[in-house]
Design a protein around this ligand. Structure first.
Ligand SMILES: Cc1cc2nc3c(=O)[nH]c(=O)nc-3n(C[C@H](O)[C@H](O)[C@H](O)COP(=O)(O)OP(=O)(O)OC[C@H]3O[C@@H](n4cnc5c(N)ncnc54)[C@H](O)[C@@H]3O)c2cc1C
Length: 534
């Protein structure tokens, strides 16, 4: 009698193959499983990382394989290194009652968009209010801002269709471990993102592709019954007996539930929510400067002998330093190889920086924020808004140091770490920042307790990457790494404490940071949403 066979799906990690040879992954996987390649019915790449640390550059794969084998053979395969059984995650939540008022979503960034998508999948037709414009008009406005410093308070680098990450590198890396990440990736691919984001270790989309993916998603959601209102800020909430009963968005709209996905730069939103009774708590964040180098220098310093190999370029870095004197962490953040440093602002008299790149990452520059950790205990008192006030103060100072018109204050990294009061000119050094730069003493822009750890970190980074200081130019100021406060919410149903019916999500809620985790937060809140819950 023929042995009974079962279909089994296994996950295999750590399959290595040299970059420079065509790979037959089926053969490599079969070798690991100790079965003939013909036993593998199908193979899917889950993840591909590049290991360039040794002389030989390897791709390191995680794959899923499907086999039809006897149960005894599965047991043997599971004993091989890096082999585990794979369980596919099913994301389904029951359909929601149609008798309730349509849920409102405030904000059309990753959190708001993925909450909208998930609510649609649960049979709802949410209404989305976004204070900024659609991407085409917004892009024209942002280009004018970068060219001439013409600022618009509601439609800018941070506000508008797609939210804060639209003019970004579109990095999708995150430290969260949620299986919902896969849903975000497959959704983005369905709307036009490159398929490789599903498996490369450090997926990124680039601002150019994001600007077509997001409108495609919005158009499709509209088609599925979601109503989007752009250039429509939600300016007030009406609360009765602790419950939201309406929102004011040009006019009064009756509501039961509001997903609040306003991001961490909408300070008016925070103030309004506080006045209406939402509870806030302080959280840690980070402040620093952005450093820029010629990409060629970074390629040479990191890839050395492989510096001309397009398969491992453009090179990037991650740097960390624990400052023994202050106990603070200093780290590189949002590194953009082949990118640009961009001006960001949400007021006409404040300025901060961030990084952006296209999918191809082809500019001659590499930039990254170098930031120092800031804790709630760094501020007197217990006001949850003290972090925001600190950011605002530094952003105004940076604007003044730059000489106005959103020009950025810059300084050679070598001058920043030196004791000499001398500041060398650096206008002649190519710098990607627009609308312009002004040489300034960034040592006096930062408080001493941030400046000193940053100086020590730069010296340490220079030991890891020789030339990091002498080749680097610093641009001020990097303040908006994450929200400096949290809107306190129930961990299970996501509802805000203090206002019934309010569901704060995404980066502005303080429970997420970055495109991926904000999108996942939006999905989780919409999955947990139960119209009869509160
Ligand atoms: C230049 C830049 C580059 C970045 N690069 C990356 C990156 O490469 N990778 C990464 O993971 N993260 C990056 N980030 C961070 C990332 O963009 C955010 O973490 C993410 O967008 C947060 O998503 P969100 O939906 O919570 O909020 P947001 O994306 O901030 O969206 C909030 C939206 O709500 C709207 N809004 C606010 N208040 C109101 C109101 N009262 N009424 C109506 N609408 C309102 C805003 O206009 C905005 O469009 C970058 C950020 C910036 C600014």
């Amino acid at each position: 009698m023929a042995a009974i066979k079962e279909t089994t799906t296994l996950k295999i990690t750590g399959l290595r193959h040299p970059v420079f040879k065509p790979s037959n992954l089926k053969v490599i996987a079969a070798r690991r499983l100790k079965v003939p390649p013909s036993a593998i019915q199908s193979l899917k790449v889950l993840r591909r990382a590049t290991d360039a640390r040794q002389r030989r550059v390897d791709f390191v794969y995680t794959v899923l394989v499907q086999l039809h084998v006897a149960p005894r053979q599965t047991v043997i395969m599971l004993q091989q290194p890096g082999v585990t059984r794979y369980q596919e995650h099913q994301f389904c939540a029951p359909a929601l009652s149609q008798s309730m008022l349509r849920p409102i979503i405030v904000g059309c960034g990753p959190a708001g968009l993925f909450a909208a998508l998930t609510l649609v999948e649960r049979g709802m037709r949410p209404i989305v209010f976004e204070q900024g414009e659609r991407i085409s008009e917004r892009t024209r406005r942002v280009e004018r801002f970068w060219r001439r410093g013409t600022f618009h308070p509601l439609s800018n680098v941070l506000f508008g269709e797609g939210g804060a990450g639209t003019f970004s590198d579109g990095k999708l890396t995150t430290r969260i471990k949620s299986p919902l990440k896969e849903k975000v990736l497959t959704t983005l691919i369905a709307y036009g993102a490159p398929e490789e984001i599903a498996y490369v270790a450090r997926p990124h989309i680039g601002t150019d592709r994001l600007r077509s993916i997001i409108p495609a998603m919005v158009d499709d959601l509209q088609h599925k019954g979601v109503d989007f209102y752009f250039s429509t800020p939600v300016t007030d909430l009406e609360i009765q007996q602790g419950r939201i009963v309406s929102v004011i968005a040009h006019e009064k709209i009756p509501v039961q539930y509001v997903f609040w996905a306003s991001g961490h730069s909408s300070r008016d939103s925070y103030r309004m929510l506080r006045m209406k009774g939402a509870l806030f708590e302080r959280k840690g964040f980070a402040i620093g400067l952005r450093i820029e180098h010629p990409q060629e220098f970074i390629n040479q310093a990191i890839m050395k002998g492989k510096k001309n190999d397009p398969r491992v370029l453009p090179a990037s870095y991650t740097l960390t330093y624990k400052d023994p004197a202050s106990g603070r962490g200093v780290y590189s953040f949002c590194m953009c190889p082949g990118g640009k440093i961009i001006a960001c602002a949400d007021t006409s008299d404040g300025l901060w920086t961030n990084g952006m790149s296209t999918y191809q990452r082809q500019t001659p520059w590499a930039n990254a924020a170098l930031v120092v950790t800031v804790q709630p205990r760094d501020f007197m008192g217990s006001d949850p808004f003290s972090g925001i006030e600190f950011q605002t103060m530094l952003e105004r100072q940076a604007y003044t140091f730059g000489g106005g018109g959103f020009k950025a204050p810059v300084q050679l990294a070598a001058d920043f770490i030196s004791d000499s009061p001398l500041i060398n000119p650096c206008e002649h050094r190519a710098c990607s920042y627009r609308p312009g730069i002004t040489v300034a003493d960034l040592r006096s822009l930062l408080p001493v307790w941030i400046r000193d750890p940053l100086q020590r970190a730069l010296r340490a980074f220079d030991e890891k990457i020789p030339g990091f200081v002498s080749e680097g130019i610093l641009v001020g100021i990097e303040t908006r790494t994450s929200a400096p406060l949290r809107i306190v919410r129930d961990p299970v149903c996501f509802h805000a404490l203090g206002i019934q019916g309010l569901i704060p999500i995404g980066e502005g809620s303080g429970y997420a940071g970055g495109i991926m985790s904000s999108a996942v937060d939006g999905i989780q809140a919409a999955l947990a949403f139960d119209s009869g819950e509160v």
